[in-house]
Design a protein around this ligand. Structure first.
Ligand code: DON
Length: 317
């Protein structure tokens, strides 16, 4: 039997570059698994044989592997950042309009909305993110530009921008989101013009970033709300803790249980194949590989995170 456990949070114990190299090799053996999100035509064009992974420690050290510098649209990972902005804008009033429970349903589901009278289950389902977008439009001047500046400051990359082509493709194929937004509006839980809410939502989903940008951008969640990249406090310690808890319970939708079981980190996925994860008090992480599993989360990205927490012991459990 092994002796007493060592402290995995002592990063000097780990060969993080070696861990990433091993994961990169293992993932490349499995290229071809999963399916790209073809319900958004612009995402259907991305090849399956891509994998990138980046770690950014709370001291700001960067470790990366594979295609960690190739940009992809962050899609629903953006919901973490708009949630941050909405919590800052209206505080606890946000929770009158969106709940904090796991849904057990797919990201684009409508089914609970009628039973729960237009109050989305959590801010990470599309329904919840549309309410969050509405809150931002009501309370933040020049919402799109402010979000872009927020992302540039969090990532330290002034080149972060929205892909107009992807935003257009989402708008042209977003029939489900149009239905969700109008349904919520019918309950009075959207206050702005439905098209304006959808436009803001598509622009947040179409932000182009790479794994290093995203791992840097969630660093404030690994530092209790302090962003070491810009040297500013973004949110209170309490808010950071709450966002991490929501990522754990709802960040990967109806796979959140499996993520807790196999990975054990707060994580937020996007349908372009990115997953942002946080090791609280230790590091921000991003993995990207476009092939999705049946729940809409990156199949090889999830495998990579699973291997990472198994090899390092760096899960929250
Ligand atoms: O609204 C959509 O369907 C996409 N723009 C984002 C969905 C998404 O990323 C779900 N996450 N896995």
């Amino acid at each position: 039997m092994p002796g007493p456990p060592q402290n995995p949070h002592d990063l000097d114990r780990h060969d993080l570059s070696g861990v990433l190299a091993t994961i990169n090799d293992e993932v490349r053996e499995r290229f071809g698994e999963g399916k790209v999100a073809d319900y958004i035509p612009a995402l259907a064009e991305v090849p399956l044989d891509r994998f990138g992974m980046a770690l950014v420690t709370r001291e700001g050290a960067v470790f990366e592997a594979g295609d960690a510098r190739e940009r992809f649209s962050i899609q629903s990972i953006s919901k973490v950042f708009t949630l941050t902005m909405a919590m800052e804008a209206v505080g606890d009033d946000l929770w009158k309009r969106v709940d904090r429970e796991p849904s057990g349903d797919p990201f684009n589901s409508l089914i609970q909305l009628e039973l729960e009278k237009g109050i989305p289950r959590n801010p990470f389902m599309n329904a919840g993110a549309l309410v969050t977008a509405d809150v931002i439009l009501s309370h933040v001047d020049e919402a799109e530009r402010t979000l872009l500046e927020f992302m540039r400051a969090r990532s330290g990359n002034p080149e972060v921008r929205t892909s107009e082509a992807i935003a257009r493709s989402e708008r042209e194929s977003g029939f489900r989101n149009v239905a969700v937004a109008n349904f919520i509006r019918s309950y009075g839980n959207l206050h702005n013009d439905v098209d304006a809410v959808l436009d803001f939502y598509y622009s947040q989903c179409s932000l182009l970033m790479d794994c290093v940008d995203v791992a840097r951008s969630v660093q404030y969640l690994a530092q209790r709300g302090w962003c070491g990249i810009s040297g500013t406090r973004v949110i209170s310690e309490e808010s950071a803790t709450r966002i991490n808890s929501l990522m754990m319970t709802a960040g990967t939708y109806d796979a959140a249980g499996d993520f807790a079981f196999y990975v054990g980190l707060p994580a937020k996925s996007g349908v372009a194949g990115g997953i942002a994860a946080v090791v609280p008090n230790v590091m921000g992480i991003c993995v990207w590989s476009p092939g999705l599993d049946e729940k809409g989360n990156s199949q090889l990205g999830r495998y990579a995170l699973h291997r990472f927490t198994r090899m390092t012991g760096l899960s929250v459990f």
